[in-house]
Design a protein around this ligand. Sequence first.
Ligand code: HMG
Ligand code: MG
Length: 304
Amino acid sequence: MSNKVKLVEVGPRDGLQNEKSLVDTKVKFEFIKLLHEAGLDCIEVTSFVRPDKIPQMQDSADLYKMVADKLDLQKLRTPCLVPNLKGLEKAKGLGVKEIALFTATSNTFNLKNINASVDESFIRLEAVAKEALENDISIRGYLSTVFGCPYEGKIQTEQVLRTLEKLMKLGVYEVSLGDTIGVANPHQVVAIISEIKKNFDLSKMAMHFHDTEGMALANIYTSYEEGIRVFDSSAAGLGGCPYAKGATGNVATDDVVNLFEKLNVETGVDMSKLHEASRFILEHLKKDSVSKFYNAYRGRHSKA
Ligand code: HMG
Ligand code: MG
């Protein structure tokens, strides 16, 4: 099995979507450019959702245009989150080549997040997936609340497998399994991946850990040992979903790259350039990083 991993950078979307003050579109673009220069070649740039629900993403069309205009999209994949046909129409109009469709294992979370139950969400997604595939737009899938829901608590494994199967049937090339509120532990990770392995091709699975309880790196290492080779992360550990109360950001790309470097696993990412990208966005947000490695690196490289 390959000792390379693929990182999907979700900082510009998941990382920023919860930020209250609106980040300038040009700043978002510069962040994406720096991330790409650091070697990240799959960056989720934005989402085409209701602007009143997620105000930070209201500039999605302008941002996508800027990215398509100024960056080489032969070398950079730029999936965009799409919730429904209306979002797909916008994405299509801009020439988006790849979308990410999302649903969850939990009815309550879905109702709050996308105003649809799990079953209703699949009716919506089927139409979107059909239209996208007919237009040669490839689809990544997200399954949220795999390890726990902020409203319903623990989710039964059967429910995870059932929803995962429905998502795969939409024609997605990969499903990202979300620990939306950051409550997973390595034992749960082993248990769920063992079940998934029995029924699905593991090379089509990615893991998406939020780091609320500081367990994300342990869960990533465990997932890697279990055979997963694709991981979502967010530069500087920014992020969160407004409909997942109390949950903090995604695992920091900085920490994930450091972990894999120490394990001699190739990520394709240049650490010093990644640090610049993280520093750039943190300075704009006037925030400190929650990434242990970002802070250690900064300490080591700052002039005494
Ligand atoms: P809805 O209210 O059910 O939609 O929203 P509707 O079809 O009933 O339409 C109502 C109004 O919204 C209409 O406007 C539509 O035009 C408009 P009006 O006629 O009243 O003026 N509308 C839209 N406007 C712009 N773009 C659209 C769109 N669709 C309808 N695409 C919807 C359903 C899902 C759109 C809404 O609930 C929504 O946008 N929710 C936000 C979801 C979101 O972005 N959540 C965060 C991302 S998910 C996440 O973070 C988890 C993840 O990271 C994985 C993990 O961590 O587990 C992916
Ligand atoms: Mg997320």
